[in-house]
Design a protein around this ligand. Structure first.
Ligand SMILES: Nc1ncnc2c1ncn2[C@@H]1O[C@H](COP(=O)(O)OP(=O)(O)OP(=O)(O)O)[C@@H](O)[C@H]1O
Length: 572
């Protein structure tokens, strides 16, 4: 496909009940200015104006009070990676923070903050910790999010709450080739003061295995903006210090390598000069215990425990697992903190407008559990869309039934396999899937393929899912020794996030016993329950060229744009 320059000056169009947004990949002067917001907000009939995201925003806003009974609204923003979902969500939040600004103020560290400011300040923090530069987008969200903007009786914004989905935590320890780790690490590397560098064991020029492409500078690498937002949200200096020490500890952990010892019954050798001591210091855990945890497995046999040295590959896996579990829990803590800081008291608000920014449908060369979950979420939303807008008979959703149904589905079989206390055999599992699910027309197998996989016919196309590693990913096991170690940390935050986890769940399901798909299915179901009680508005973002070039529109995309502009909305 050749690149062609099209002179596109219109970036929004209506396609039936959906607003389609074309990403210009360049700031367009005056497209989102305060004056433009006010114009749409004050217009007697905003719909008569040029198509714009503010029409959707204003319509939802007016809809809340439109009927006899107020109705909550949701704005569903979809599209592939880099299409502009995060941008659009931010735009919607800014719109309400402007047109629905209340006079409520909250106290934060001796300063008085307006609530809208706080709500907007949650964005840079979540993006610093949850976004990364990928091949498809320099600022790609590696999690899904649903933000509820809370309105009082006078329809003023008085608070908000955030729910996140499926953070891609593997990136912390295994950033994909030619991509980066989460922004926050680079922000620290670039923005630290000399004193901080010393404290974080991060001298200039230091190389970290887990920080590829650190020579590249992005506009997202803005450390002081993140810190400023933290201050506004009430994360005090001491807490910040604890957070950054944890992150620095993770980076040090990435530089720890293992080599096999000659005798298998002996511990693997620690390669790195500091032998993980730097990491232990920063995570405030005893160095020796860290070294043991990474290299020794405790096997329980009745009341007795047997210690077994781990082979090299397992040591590395344990190291990665430690980093992932710390990062994921830290992210969760941050989201809870943000919620406590921006959520209004229940008595203060009566309606909400929800903004849903979910990852679009994914189909890569190799797809695994992550893509299965993402595409499952897209199937759910598609079902919601069809049911709501096309008022179609609730046609049977064979594909959803295949993925999540009962008694047998891909998820149920995955869960069953994950609960068995043994290493899953890929070929056996594939045979089991085939035997149990062969009656469903939406699943197929390529008998001649070397890699065991299954193919699902989704509404948006067929996707091959690799079976290798899927069960392990679903189990997402965390060795209990690692959790015990972290509970001993003298870093109050690290200690807290791992101690709360274990005590809050008396059935002792702990961190590892709920499978990934069960957890995701539950959170998605509660999201769908909320969506069903609201009036939805769909916005579809389009990425007009794969290289994120400003104002460059490939023929194929422009044709699609023209088609949508004339009212056709296909299945893309
Ligand atoms: N309306 C717009 N005007 C100017 N630039 C935009 C607009 N929408 C998006 N962009 C640019 O495109 C980039 C990608 O957009 P964004 O990060 O919102 O994509 P996304 O759909 O959220 O992707 P991902 O799924 O990877 O998170 C942004 O960083 C921004 O530079």
């Amino acid at each position: 496909i050749s690149d062609e320059h099209y002179n596109v000056k219109v970036f929004y169009t209506h396609a039936g009940c959906t607003l389609v947004a074309l990403n210009p990949f360049q700031p367009i002067p005056d497209l989102y200015s305060l004056d433009v917001m006010k114009e749409y907000h004050c217009a007697p009939q905003p719909k008569e104006f040029k198509p714009h995201i503010f029409i959707v925003a204003e319509e939802a806003y007016r809809n809340v009070r439109g009927q006899l009974e107020p109705v909550n609204q949701s704005l569903v923003v979809s599209g592939e990676s880099g299409a502009g979902k995060t941008w659009t969500s931010r735009c919607l939040m800014k719109y309400y923070a402007t047109v629905a600004a209340s006079s409520s103020v909250v106290k934060s560290q001796n300063t008085v903050e307006r609530i809208e400011r706080r709500v907007l300040d949650s964005n840079p923090i979540m993006e610093a910790f949850g976004n990364a530069c990928t091949l498809r987008n320099n600022n790609s969200s590696r999690f899904g999010k649903y933000i509820q903007l809370q309105l009082d009786r006078c329809q003023l914004l008085v608070g908000a709450s955030v729910q996140t989905y499926l953070l891609e935590k593997t990136r912390v320890a295994c950033p994909p080739d030619n991509e980066r780790n989460f922004h926050i690490f680079y922000q620290m590397m670039k923005g630290a003061t000399d004193e901080q560098r010393k404290e974080w064991k991060m001298p200039r020029g230091q190389r970290f295995t887990w920080l590829p492409k650190s020579e590249k500078t992005l506009e997202e690498d803005c450390f002081h903006e993140t810190v400023e937002a933290m201050v506004h949200l009430g994360i005090n200096a001491e807490r910040q210090r604890q957070i950054f020490r944890i992150l620095a500890g993770i980076l040090q952990l990435g530089n720890v390598n293992f080599s096999s010892s000659a005798d298998e019954s002996q511990l693997c050798n620690l390669d790195e000069q500091s032998k993980g001591i730097g990491s232990a210091e920063l995570l405030c855990v005893p160095a020796e215990e860290l070294q043991t945890c990474l290299r020794v497995r405790t096997l329980k046999a009745g009341k007795q425990s047997v210690l077994k040295p781990c082979p090299q590959a397992e040591c590395s896996m344990r190291r990665d697992c430690l980093a992932k579990v710390i990062y994921a829990q830290l992210f969760e803590w941050l989201v809870t903190f943000i919620n406590n800081s921006i959520c209004a008291d229940e008595s203060m608000w009566c309606n909400f407008i929800g903004v849903l920014d979910v990852y679009g449908f994914e189909c890569f060369h190799i797809n695994n559990l992550e893509q299965l979950c993402i595409n499952y979420a897209n199937e759910k939303l598609q079902q919601h869309f069809v049911a709501h807008y096309l008022r179609a008979q609730q046609e049977e959703y064979v594909c959803l039934d295949l993925i999540e149904g009962s008694p047998v589905s891909v998820f149920s079989l995955l869960n069953e396999e994950s609960r068995l206390n043994r290493v899953s055999d890929t070929k056996t599992f594939r045979t089991r899937l085939e035997k149990e699910l062969c009656g469903n027309a939406n699943i197929s197998w390529d008998k001649f393929s070397k890699e065991p996989h299954f193919t699902v016919a989704h509404y948006a196309g067929k996707v091959n899912y690799q079976i290798q590693g899927m069960v392990e990913k679903n189990k997402d096991p965390v060795p209990p020794e690692l959790i015990s170690l972290l509970q001993k940390s003298d870093n109050p935050l690290l200690h807290q996030i791992f101690t709360d986890k274990e005590t809050e769940n008396p059935t002792n399901k702990g961190l590892s016993k709920v499978t990934v798909v069960s957890k995701f299915k539950n959170s998605l179901e509660s999201l769908m329950r909320i969506l069903h009680t609201t009036t939805p508005h769909y916005t579809r973002c389009i990425k007009p060229n794969p290289d994120c070039k400003p104002l460059t529109f490939q023929k194929e995309e422009v044709d699609m744009w023209r088609l949508t502009a004339t009212g056709f909305f296909g299945k893309r």
